[in-house]
Write a protein that binds this ligand. Structure first.
Ligand code: GCO
Ligand code: MG
Length: 418
């Protein structure tokens, strides 16, 4: 493919030019990760950005390589705002996870280049630290109350102060814990998941956790968008005695306009936002009075630059941040989360993920959680590299999420939000 050059619209400060833009997909831990690499005419100067939409990663790769690269080659990498607006506006239709992840890959790669040129870590370019490190939460899970609590105790021993608890509910559709056999053998869909059963079991888990885990451990829980507004109120009230740090995604995005009534009905803080795929939707959530912690997936709203706007808005509105950071975030995306965390007064908590050795091999410099804390790298840019030969040894495959989501059904067979 011939790559055309779109001219710089104004003279650039230095003769630095983008020479190539390409998406790299790799799955070192089995989860498809996508990063964008932007190269320049300065020897050794390149940047990396997270573009990971694991469920539809091939679409993001094609979007970057075939639609966006030709817009950027020849341009000055310091014009981050213009280049990311160009990547969006040239498509005419706005937003969505494919577009936003592609733009995020470019946005974060350009911030990486900016940091390397300045000789500064990205958090200093953003104005510098307002805290030394980001406190994190990790996930404990199991089939039974005992299994979940034992898993949580292991995390407490590793210094974790915040722990998300998820326990299996019968059927294949439970989120965040192993699938267990159904208890509805006569139902039309034998592997179904019942919201009513989930509502009965979850408070018992938290009662046991409060009795058996140290009193100062903060507890969190992710509903994963499965409840009606009334069920959400019921669950939040039932969990009140256990002092949750937050209760996540009680409602599906289709019903987010009902969040304020859920929030008003209980003191349990609500965390919402990983399913936002537009900056404007994220801003509406922050301003709408239905959210205590905003937790966008940074690449799904277009990268570091839009996420900074949300962090600033959250600060002004008294909302805190809890950026989404599971295993389907690349290490570059995780570093972007931490750059936001340590530079924003609105920081609440950071979702952590312990990457396997293969991820550290492919992405040298990947951040590590120590005693529950994440600290940013102090090297210029993100301080994270990619070993492309190693990346090629872990080829990405189509996401297993499709197969799981196809089986997330109620006992009557109706599909449920995965
Ligand atoms: C979380 C999330 C994730 C998502 C996953 C989807 O809070 O960590 O809900 O686990 O399910 O990112 O691919
Ligand atoms: Mg979640």
């Amino acid at each position: 493919m011939t790559i055309e050059t779109f001219a710089n619209p104004w003279p650039s400060r230095e003769d630095v030019r983008i020479t190539s833009v390409r998406a790299i997909a790799t799955a070192p831990d089995g989860t498809a990760l996508v990063v964008v690499r932007v190269d320049t005419n300065v020897p050794g100067l390149y940047g990396l950005g997270c573009a990971t939409f694991t469920q539809r990663w091939k679409a993001v790769v094609a979007f970057v390589n075939e639609h966006l690269a030709r817009l950027l080659v020849g341009r000055y990498p310091g014009d981050i705002g213009d280049l990311t607006r160009l990547a969006g506006f040239t498509g005419y239709w706005r937003g969505g996870p494919v577009t936003n992840n592609a733009i995020s890959g470019i946005d974060q790669a350009l911030w990486d280049i900016a940091g390397k040129r300045a000789g500064m870590p990205v958090h200093e370019l953003l104005g510098g630290k307002v805290r030394a490190a980001a406190d994190t939460y990790l996930h404990a899970a199991g089939r039974t109350i005992d299994e979940v609590i034992e898993d949580a105790q292991r995390l407490v021993e590793r210094g974790q102060r915040h722990i998300r608890l998820q326990m299996s509910t019968p059927g294949g559709g439970g989120y965040g814990a192993p699938a267990v056999p159904t208890e509805y053998p006569d139902a039309p869909y034998r592997n179904g998941w019942s919201a009513r059963d989930y509502l009965r079991r979850t408070p018992a888990l938290f009662e046991a956790a409060r009795n058996r885990l140290p009193d100062n451990v903060e507890l969190l829980h992710d509903v994963h968008s499965r409840l009606t507004p009334k069920e959400a109120v019921w669950l939040a009230r039932a969990l009140e005695p256990y002092r949750l740090f937050f209760l996540e995604d009680v409602l599906a995005p289709e019903h987010w306009d009902r969040l304020p009534e859920v929030r008003a009905a209980s003191p349990v803080p609500l965390a919402v936002g990983e399913l936002t795929t537009s900056l404007q939707d994220a801003a509406r959530l922050v301003q709408g009075g239905g959210v205590d912690l905003i937790r966008c997936h940074v690449s799904d709203i277009g990268g570091l630059s839009p996420a900074r706007k949300i962090a600033d808005l959250a600060e002004l509105c008294g909302v805190r941040t809890a950026w989404h950071g599971p295993g389907d975030t690349s290490p570059i995306g995780a570093a972007a989360n931490v750059a936001l965390d340590v530079t924003s007064a609105a920081f609440g908590i950071q979702e952590g993920h312990v990457y396997g050795d293969a991820v550290h091999e492919v992405f040298p410099g990947t951040l590590r959680i120590e005693n529950g804390w994440l600290r940013p790298n102090e090297a210029p840019g993100w301080g994270i590299d990619i070993d492309e030969a190693a990346a090629a040894r872990y080829p990405a495959e189509l996401s297993g999420h499709d197969a799981w989501a196809a089986g997330v059904r109620r006992p009557d067979g109706a599909l449920e939000a995965p």
